[in-house]
Design a protein around this ligand. Structure first.
Ligand SMILES: [Zn+2]
Ligand SMILES: [Zn+2]
Length: 72
């Protein structure tokens, strides 16, 4: 019976391991909040011209006034 339990638990633990994100995130694109001014501008092929967003972009960041971090 012990072997049977192991056989059932093993695939489950592999699934859990695969579910975890890799150490280095593959995405490098800035995380704009869906529907935000920056998101809309990017989809138009432009850069958001809000002063707060321009300032954030210069610091290689995403404006967190207009793009609230996604809460987990
Ligand atoms: Zn913006
Ligand atoms: Zn902004």
């Amino acid at each position: 019976m012990r072997t049977l339990t192991l056989l059932i638990l093993l695939p489950a633990s592999i699934l859990f391991a695969a579910d975890k994100p890799a150490a280095a995130p593959a995405k490098v694109a800035p995380k704009y909040q869906e529907g935000s001014c920056c998101d809309k501008a990017t989809k138009r092929g432009e850069k958001c011209n809000h002063p707060c967003c321009v300032k954030a972009a210069k610091a290689a960041k995403v404006c967190d006034h207009c793009n609230e971090p996604v809460k987990k």
